[in-house]
Design a protein around this ligand. Structure first.
Ligand code: ZN
Length: 141
């Protein structure tokens, strides 16, 4: 076994889009990726679509309100790559450890993400401009 504290994979790559309906045909019909499902995540005010690609996924995020962080992101920077999600085993421990090391966190405690996951974001200021999401799958998921 490897280091239990290291992320075990890129869980997904999050891409901000204005409209799932408009971009899904590119992913499904042109790239031939499998659409796993679409769900609304109320904590982030987004509608997300997951497309499986090998061990990982592409997560398309469409804002459902003007208060969504994704809406603000698109306003400011346009559509595009929004975050990289790292699969971790014990998100609570990882957050505690990062905080103790002086890493800036957007979420100090995990919140509920899509697909029954626990998620938290690390501030891009602490990660050379990259927004990282830590993502812990629930048992049996
Ligand atoms: Zn994500």
């Amino acid at each position: 076994m490897g280091n239990e504290r290291a992320p075990h994979k890129i869980e997904h790559i999050g891409i901000a889009v204005k409209s799932l309906e408009n971009v899904l045909p590119f992913y499904v019909e042109q790239l031939h990726l499998h659409l796993e499902g679409i769900e609304e995540v109320n904590s982030e005010q987004v509608k997300v679509a997951f497309l499986r690609i090998g061990e990982t996924r592409i997560e398309l995020l469409e804002p459902t309100s003007k208060h969504s962080p994704i809406y603000k992101f698109i306003e400011k920077r346009g559509e595009g790559i929004h975050h990289i999600a790292l699969g971790v085993n014990d998100i609570q421990d990882r957050l505690k450890e990062l905080k103790a090391s002086g890493i800036q966190l957007i979420n100090k405690t995990p919140k509920l993400g899509a697909g029954n996951t626990k998620i938290a974001f690390i501030h891009p200021k602490s990660a050379s401009g990259v927004l990282y999401e830590l993502c812990e799958k629930r048992e049996g998921n």
